[in-house]
Write a new protein. Sequence first.
Length: 253
Amino acid sequence: MGETITLLSKREIEKMRQAGRLAAQLLDHLTPMVKPGVTTLELNDEAEKWTQAHGAISAPLGYHGFPKSICTSVNHVVCHGIPNAKQILKEGDIINIDVTPILDSYHGDTSRTFFVGTPSPLAKRLVEVTEKCLMEAIKTVKPGSRIGDIGAIIQECAEPQGFSVVRDFVGHGVSKVFHTAPQIPHYGKRGKGKKLRSGMVFTIEPMINEGTWEAVILKDGWTAITKDRKLSAQFEHTIAVTETGVEILTLSD
Ligand code: MF3
Ligand code: CO
Ligand code: CO
């Protein structure tokens, strides 16, 4: 990750808007498939097909050797779960689907956590709190606020609920490059870290755990799970800092 934070031009932000909208539409497209009995490979294959049909490329496929087109992270998987034909979703599971289509060279990076059938009260609260963490963090973004403000809000949203904030994975600058400066930790202190400036484009993607924040990586080299095997949820948007505040680039219409 480079140190210099690139500011995107109006033209580039329009490109990011198009890629971001496509990413959101891809999640919308997959949503009705998320039911008991579907495999994570079926979700992957539909995502790949849809992405190609829309003139885009799946950024994860082959990224540092990642073998599939999307990440599918079920229950205690924190992130970077690999779609698999043997992994059949069942009633009560939660699954994060993380997509990143590249459209005309620009990346739209977004994820949501879905319920498979009816969630337990705990799973429901975890997922709802995680989405709230993301949306509250986005609300604080404007020129002059600081990267530390983002993490502080997320901690303040998650921790009073008894949940924890994952440390090992962060949000990131994104444009023609998938992962670049700045890093956006989901924990932090108000008033600390670099000042945000108009034209910065990055993701916020909090992973919130039911138990410990500690994660371990499986032998496949990708799948991150919670150390205590308790649940983990995540939501992600790609956002742009504007002259007056913030624009979410990964909203569907
Ligand atoms: N989309 C993920 C993120 O939010 C990155 C996935 S990289 C992969 O940053 F290689 F695991 F696909
Ligand atoms: Co991301
Ligand atoms: Co992502």
